[in-house]
Design a protein around this ligand. Sequence first.
Ligand code: IPE
Ligand code: IPE
Ligand code: MG
Length: 238
Amino acid sequence: MPDTENSPNHVAIIMDGNGRWAQMRHRPRLMGHHAGARRVQEVVRACPDLGVKYLTIFAFSTENWKRTQTEVAGLMKLFKRYIRREAASLLEEGVRVRFIGDRVRLEPALVDLMDGLELLTADNDKVHLTIALNYGGRDEVARAAKRLAYDVSMGKLDPKSICDETFPKYLDTHVLPDPDLVIRTSGEARISNFLLWQSAYAEYEFIDTLWPDFTKDIFAEVVGRFGTRERRFGAVTV
Ligand code: IPE
Ligand code: IPE
Ligand code: MG
């Protein structure tokens, strides 16, 4: 058993590089997404031994609608297939699944599957897997502001009482702790609108591996490195 005392409680992953992985093999981009989906299960299963309680993965951003219709449709089909295929093992392995992002633009058949999986796994507590689907950090903040403004207009919230502890209660992630470690694969060093509010004090790891090549051993290595970092949260270490 690895030493998990200094493990990050919450790891968030920007799973990037599926398209390039496929292109390198002269195959359609969707094949890369399928290969990437297989890695998700591997990484989820590795969490308990690594001491990672919360795992949040970026599956589809609010900007990804700009891709070709073929790719978007293929991804939506893949998400439905993933949920149908993996629901039973996620339940059995103690994984509680949640989805964040705006569901309004998603097709009803997919939303039904998402709701069903959340309900099915609601009593699990071993690993908390959150899947960001049609998620954008700015969109989430804007939707939160809308709900907060509504509560003010209904007299349910006093504007004078709003502080940095009030606001996150309106975010999609309101039940989750903030991420301790954010990993992005594929060599890009940007966050692409992921968990903007929540990652204020996260540690970042940008690694060159493309997501379909991201094994549980690489995951263990990155999580292990986290334990050696000094987090100061603005204070001075004495
Ligand atoms: C990430 O892989 C998966 C999604 C955004 C759905 P990409 O599809 O962005 O892969 P690259 O960046 O083009 O290689
Ligand atoms: C971020 O990757 C979104 C997901 C991993 C779902 P992108 O490939 O969409 O990000 P950019 O376009 O390189 O910033
Ligand atoms: Mg990409």
